[in-house]
Ligand binder design. Structure first.
Ligand SMILES: [Zn+2]
Length: 498
């Protein structure tokens, strides 16, 4: 049978001695030498000469906020590139002028990159945007600063999560407000289309959407119906909806080739940037030890319910105290290793934590780009945690050595595996370093495993879906920062060409 597409003259870093690959009906038909695959080229076969470029399995971002990435490119004011607090305010001022009378929702600010080195505050936003409601999400998504008009929309009581004087909302208080200022459905569909186009540019062929709000599921379905989804999406539903999901019988695997349910997402703590990650010893730069959002008992109860419903649990846990509590909950719930439940981020585990994780069969869902962004001398983690804890944060090497399944993702900060991989391949601390082959695996087959999709995705082998990324150079020989994405193929369809 003739191939639909034949890739020739390519390098396959994960398949020794192969230089050609045949695709038929969206699936890899064969991979091997040109001579072996000679017979697959027929009169209707599209032959692509790749001129020696490297082909990898399409990247799988195991922890993404895909709608948010899309909104960042279409709706939110982007503050991520701002080099100073003043520049961030200037961007808000301009956006407010363009959107007279409407909400100004911004995101991506990161004070650790600014000379001012302080958080945005209500008074800053009031000065920049005095006559419209305006809020701005910190890069980690765990802190939102509001101006006075936006703060009027916050119904959460003053307390740990709300500081009205500074205009700071954290965790649920922040998410509730953001949920209330979502754009209309067609803007959301456009955001998904934009996120998908962007993913194609980055060589990402599948993502786990970690915030599968009800409104988002409808929007994904719309985008799918309209043919705008060119990325496979695995959806995690907020744990608050577990009851309803279980009642409906929604379980892992429900859906189709491009959009399906993976599990539920719960939060045990917040982030290091917002000082809400739960630690055993206080933050270096502000007495607190962060916040536990659930007790081990509560999480165990949810966990048992999710397991019974056939839903995988993905629990956000960053600080060592939070990770310890998640493990306690897993033990209380008596989870099965065959359910492949996941810990998201897993930034400050101890050796003892990792031993228990291996025992429980938990998957480590980590984001090496956090290392690039915030670990090392004079960066955010050192500032918040001190050099001792910075030197043992994001220990990919220990996770790998323990044999814990490792899945890489980006958390959208920013999306982009070639950027993120640097945090595992050339990090500031040895404990973060794993071999390139293992790092690539975590962003492909490892991520697929965490989504129960390893028989379909994440590997270049006959029978797997033809999701591929063509790179300008072979990452085994060229530095990652010099490599670009040349082409992305999803199910045999070329969805991006540089
Ligand atoms: Zn996240």
């Amino acid at each position: 049978m003739y191939a639909d597409v034949l890739l020739r003259n390519a390098t396959f870093p994960t398949v020794p001695d192969a230089d050609a690959l045949a695709i038929r009906c969206g699936v890899i038909q064969a991979v091997g030498s040109s001579a072996d695959l000679e017979g697959t080229a027929g009169p209707t076969t599209r032959v692509l000469n790749l001129e020696g470029k490297a082909v990898l399995p399409g990247f799988i971002d195991a922890h993404a906020h895909f709608v948010r990435v899309g909104l960042e490119r279409t709706f939110y004011v982007d503050l991520s590139g701002a080099e100073s607090l003043d520049e961030a305010l200037e961007r808000l001022r301009l956006a407010a002028r363009e959107r007279q009378g409407a909400w100004v929702v911004a995101q991506g600010w990161d004070e650790s990159r600014w000379p001012e080195r302080r958080l945005l505050e209500r008074s800053d936003l009031d000065r920049a945007v005095p006559r419209q409601p305006c809020c701005a999400v910190r890069v980690d998504g765990h802190l939102v600063v509001c101006n006075t008009l936006a703060l009027a929309r916050c119904s959460h009581p003053e307390g740990e999560l709300v500081d009205r004087a500074l205009g700071h909302l954290r965790e649920e208080a922040a998410w509730t407000l953001l949920g209330a200022v979502l754009p209309d459905r067609s803007t959301l569909v456009e955001a998904i289309a934009a996120a998908s186009r962007y993913a194609c540019e980055l060589g990402v062929t599948a993502v786990a959407e970690m915030s599968g709000k009800p409104e988002y599921l409808r929007t994904y379905l719309r985008a799918l119906e309209e043919g705008m989804l060119k990325t496979r999406v695995f959806l995690y539903i907020p744990v608050e909806l577990l009851e309803e999901a279980a009642k409906l019988g929604l379980k892992r695997g429900f859906g189709g080739e491009l959009l399906r349910i993976a599990g539920v997402k719960a939060f045990m703590d917040g982030s290091i940037g917002a000082r809400t990650a739960a630690l055993t010893a206080p933050y270096r730069d502000g007495g607190t030890t962060g916040t536990l959002l659930l007790s081990a008992g509560e999480l165990a109860r949810l966990w048992r319910k999710a397991s019974r419903a056939g839903l995988q649990m993905a629990v956000h846990a960053i600080g060592d105290r939070a990770i310890g509590e998640v493990l306690r909950a897993a033990e209380l719930a008596g989870i099965s290793r065959y359910d492949r439940h996941r810990i998201e981020h897993l930034e400050l585990p101890t050796g003892e934590h990792l031993a228990r994780m291996a025992e429980l069969g938990l998957v480590a869902s980590m984001q090496p780009n956090f290392v690039v962004n915030w670990s090392g001398p004079e960066k955010l983690y050192e500032e918040r945690l001190g050099p001792e804890r910075d030197a043992r944060i994001d220990p990919h090497a220990l996770v790998h050595r323990r044999g814990i399944p490792l899945a890489f993702g980006s958390d959208g900060m920013p999306m982009g595996p070639l950027y993120g991989l640097r945090g595992a391949v050339s990090p500031p601390h040895e404990i973060q370093r794993i071999p390139l082959e293992e790092a690539l695996r975590a962003y492909t087959a490892g991520a697929a495993y965490s989504l129960f999709a390893e028989d379909e995705l994440g590997e270049i082998a006959p029978g797997r879906r033809a999701d591929l990324v063509v790179l300008s150079a072979d990452p085994r020989t060229a530095p990652l920062e010099e490599i670009g994405v040349e082409m992305t193929i999803l199910g045999g369809e070329v969805v991006y060409v540089r």
